[in-house]
Design a protein around this ligand. Sequence first.
Ligand SMILES: [Zn+2]
Length: 212
Amino acid sequence: MAPPPDTIDKAYQIMKSSFIDALTNNAADALIAGEVRASNLLRIPLNFNLINSRAVSATLDYRQTLERFGGSDITVIGEDGIARRVFKPWLSDMIDADKERVGSIIQDAMKNGTVPEKELADVFAMQEHSAKLVAKVETKALYNKGTFERFNHERVQRGVWRSPGPHENPRDWHEEMDGKEFDLDDPVWAELDLPNCHHYCEPVINFGGNPE
Ligand SMILES: [Zn+2]
C-alpha cells in the first residue's frame, strides 16, 4: 500500500531538520577552527570568549538561512570565469528532487505491483553520498569564513595566495597564483571554497599599522 503523500512530506521535513542540525553543529566547529587558524597565521593570541561569541552568532545566521531559505551562499564560477559567492537554495532543491524521485518510484511500484526495495535503497544511498559532499563543501566554506572574519577584525587588508606544496589535482591556475598578493575583498578568495582546493591565504601583516 502506498503511504499517503503527507507521510512522505513529514518524513522529508524530519530529514531536512536533522540535516540542518548536523550542518549547524559542524558550522560552529568549522568557524572556530578557521578563526584559530587565522590567529596562528597572525601570531595573535586567541581570545576564546570573542571567538566563541562570534561563532555562535554566525552559526545562528547560518541556521536561519538554511531554515528560512533552504540553502546558503556557495561559490560559483560565472561565465566571465570569476568566482563569486551567491545564495543557492541547494537544500530545498535537493529535497524536492529527491521527493519527486521517491514519489515516482512508489507510483511505478503500485502500477506494476512490485516492491521497490532496491530502487529506494539506491535513492537513499545517493542521498547520503550527496549529503556528505555538501557537508564537506559547507564546512570548508565556513572555515574560510572564520579565517577571513578574523583577518578583517585584525584590520588585515591584503593577503598572499599560497600553495600548500605538491598536492592531488590542483587547479593549474591556482598553482600559478602562488605568491601573488590581493586585497582581502578581491573575489579571487571565493575560489578557496571550491571543492578540493587546498590553497590558502597568508595575511600580509602591516607592522606599521595599529591593530586593535
Ligand atoms: Zn586551489
